[in-house]
Design a protein around this ligand. Structure first.
Ligand code: UDP
Length: 372
């Protein structure tokens, strides 16, 4: 059988791509090494609660076209992410806003908060932030940095804040109003019934082979000559694709500990609670039912433990510091020379993408492919 595309990875990038290509009359065969579709946005019902098996995914975007696009595949509820942060015996609202500052310093007005932050920034004497620590201190001052950022970030990334790029902390809003919405985007929600159905709908009418590893599959099909492909879309790790010929890119991994609490209907009163101190080994506890305002009996919680990544582990986060970005550029140069393979997604493009950016890139790639 001849397919126009072999899509490697049944995550959101591959699914959008295959779906859109199908609409253009182009066929895809989608393969994935896992036993399920949907990549890291995979959700599964546990006691009627949609559990985010690979960490919490909250869809948020400023891109109206992307928002309208995903509405075709599910109804999104009005969930607004408002995480809490626990530091020792203190509880704070996130992102950094007047609720956080009021609790931290016992103040009420934006002017008071700004005055404290400005004096802490002046004390730190940072003019041009060169790393995450300097960026964080120069945004929110030393107290917020020490209680809510330093320990969490060290756990999350397994290195000192001074050794991390500043863009990571710029993901979080900073506001001088009482607003606990974690995102600045105008569109936000959780798909009722979970994410897996979205990818399932995108892949309707497309052949998907699960438990299928790319290299073994390619070798087999080369030998048997059974299937042929016009082009490959590869959404796995770009360095693995090239057998790490320039060395391995760094990633950060995660370990999830899921607990079903039959006798507890509401464990923490919020979907996301971060644990910002260094000595607690997990970064956050997710209580999944709150993503869908669940009222039923029992609850499911997941503790998220950051983990070092080694070859063979699940790569969750690219570590986009200068060294890794430079190494990625070398792989990208190889990729740019390929005529039959294109790379996409968090792993294929080695970028700390959010879901909406993945959808946007996949739609743009379809346009590029169909125009060329
Ligand atoms: N962060 C922090 N304290 C928190 C939450 C986040 O210091 O309580 C920092 C941390 O460096 C983290 C970054 O902000 O890596 C980005 O957080 P985000 O919630 O966007 O990460 P994700 O949900 O992608 O893991």
């Amino acid at each position: 059988m001849h397919y126009d595309y072999l899509v490697v990875g049944a995550g959101i990038f591959g699914a959008v791509f295959a779906h859109e290509m199908k609409k253009q009359g182009k066929s895809s065969l989608v393969i994935d090494k896992r036993s399920h579709i949907a990549g890291n946005i995979y959700t599964e019902a546990v006691n009627d609660i949609q559990v985010h098996k690979y960490g919490a995914h909250i869809f948020h975007t400023s891109d109206k076209e992307v928002w309208d696009y995903v509405q075709q595949f599910a109804h999104f509820n009005h969930y607004v992410n408002s995480p809490l942060a626990v530091f020792e015996d203190e509880l704070y609202n996130l992102p950094f806003n007047m609720n956080t500052f009021s609790k931290m310093w016992g103040i009420r007005t934006p002017e008071e908060a700004k005055r404290i932050i400005d004096s802490q920034i002046a004390e730190a004497g940072i003019t041009e932030p060169r790393n995450l620590e300097e960026q964080a201190v120069s945004l929110v001052g030393y107290d917020v940095y020490r209680k809510l950022i330093e320990g969490y970030t060290r756990k999350q990334w397994g290195r000192e804040c001074r050794e991390l790029p500043s863009f990571i902390i710029k993901r979080l809003p900073l506001r001088f109003v009482y607003d606990n919405n974690y995102f600045n985007d105008p569109y936000q929600g959780i798909p009722e019934g979970g994410y897996t159905q979205i990818v399932g709908k995108m892949l309707e009418g497309t052949t998907v082979l699960l438990n299928t590893e790319y290299k073994a599959f390619i070798n087999d099909s080369a030998k048997s000559g059974k299937d042929t492909f016009g082009k490959v879309l590869y959404t796995g790790m770009i360095d693995a694709y090239y057998d790490y010929c320039y060395g391995a890119l760094e990633y950060r991994s995660l370990r999830f500990e899921e607990e079903i609490l039959e006798d507890c209907d509401n464990y923490q009163g919020n979907a996301v609670v971060n644990y910002t101190e260094w000595k607690i080994p997990y970064t956050r506890i997710i209580e999944h039912k709150h993503f869908e305002f669940g009222k039923g009996k029992g609850t499911v919680i997941t503790r998220e433990y950051p983990a070092a990544w080694q070859k063979g582990d699940e790569p969750y986060y690219p570590v986009n510091n200068e060294e890794n970005n430079a190494l990625y550029q070398k792989y990208k140069e190889l990729a740019d020379k390929e005529s039959g393979v294109i790379f996409g997604g968090r792993l294929g493009q080695y970028r700390y993408f959010d879901m909406d950016q993945v959808v946007r890139c996949a739609l743009d790639m379809v346009k590029k492919e169909t125009c060329s």
